[in-house]
Design a protein around this ligand. Sequence first.
Ligand code: ADP
Length: 487
Amino acid sequence: MENVLSALHKDRAYVGGEWVGAISGAVFEVINPSSGEVISTVPDMDDADVRLAIERAHAAFPEWAARTAKERERPLKTWAKLIAENVEGLAAILTSEQGKPLADARNEVLFAATFVEWFAEEGKRAYGETIPASQRDVRFLVVKEPVGVCAGITPWNLPSAMVTRKAAPALAAGCTMVLKPAESTPLSALALAALAEQAGIPAGVLNVVTANRGNARMVGQEMTSSPLVGKLSFTGSTAVGKQLIAQCASTVKRVSMELGGNSPFIVMADANLDVAVSAAIFAKFRNSGQTCIAPNRFFVHADVHDEFVSRLLRSIAKLQVGDGFKAGVSLGPLINEAAVDKVQTHIHDALKRGATLVAGGDRMPGTGHFFEPTLLTGISPQMLMSVEETFGPVVGVAKFLTEQELIAQANATRLGLAAYLFGSNAACIQRISRQLQAGIVGVNTGAIATEVAPFGGYKESGLGQEGARQGLNEFMETKFICEAFIA
Ligand code: ADP
């Protein structure tokens, strides 16, 4: 394992430009979910470490914020270049700690680099405006300023891209950041920090603190209560997100929240079924179903239901489950035993309530948290898999007949991240996509995440956006300067 982890493998946290252990000296293990092997230990930091990191970020802020956007662009562009150049090493680390197939890990690393490159550029376009004044001899100016020290908390499902999707706009805006990666996947974040250091991003501008699950609450508490922190950007579960929003209230911190999804995948009677099936395979089985935009509820028109299911079944049969380093593997393991249990519970619940199992349905024998790609039909709104995010390789299909019934069911959830719609009638597509309560709608495609477009959820799926100019704006305050002329 050492050889794949390479020179980018860091087993210490990165605070104030130094590679450090926890003040307490505690460490925790990082486990390969495919083999169960321990691949590294990293510091198990607590509130004292986070306080220090926040102070370092606070100390680094004035100089970083005072730079012109072009001066910040240079090291950020170098960081993006280094990430892309080190794709093999970063992908190996990612697959080791997260399990996804190496080809997918490479794609994620390159996706991570695009955020850095894009925001390095976009920092130069943090435009303000002048407003025609309502009095004579006065000038109305609106300027954008960095929020200050920002805290970031990221999940394990995209351990590289979620880090740069927060850090890049924060840094481009002139903010500094203290980031806590998920306990399952800290090594990708540390490797990215090592490249940020090489790129010449100054000490204290980006800090990565690692902590095990037991300390996560304490770390979050420190981040959300510190008066030195201006904003929290979080990606993770809705339950933890709600808790963090409540904690941020005490200091009125800005928050960006990318929370859970329960995305509908809609196939109309006139859909191109080959397109719909290949999009379903991509969007649902990528990362073994462990993405917040993974379709969670499939609604297929009764006229094409059987044909869609039989074509999907043929495609599912071709999927190979296994270790992410093995050639040809399309699905790696789930992240941990709790994830396997959740998937199993959702399937058992659906079967008990009358669903039909068409393929898969069980964990794979042997070590690792591998699960069979699963297909169920006869899904109803009361089933757990309709109500909650399954976060696993399970497709559950429900039949629909009328557009009215479809819209009501698709929107019958407190979540509203993504939605997918397949059909060929332009008027129908326009009508339905306007009515879907979701922040991102994919029409005849399953690939909807890009650095150039805003990504964010409706309802309890989140607050604010990531990516695009909206993503930069999340890290900036708006200041109105009302300037009277002196004769
Ligand atoms: P998951 O269940 O998929 O791990 P979580 O929302 O629990 O999703 O985790 C997302 C991120 O939030 C991780 O970095 C995790 O360590 C962190 N986290 C979990 N609980 C808390 C908490 N109470 N305060 C701050 N961070 C937390």
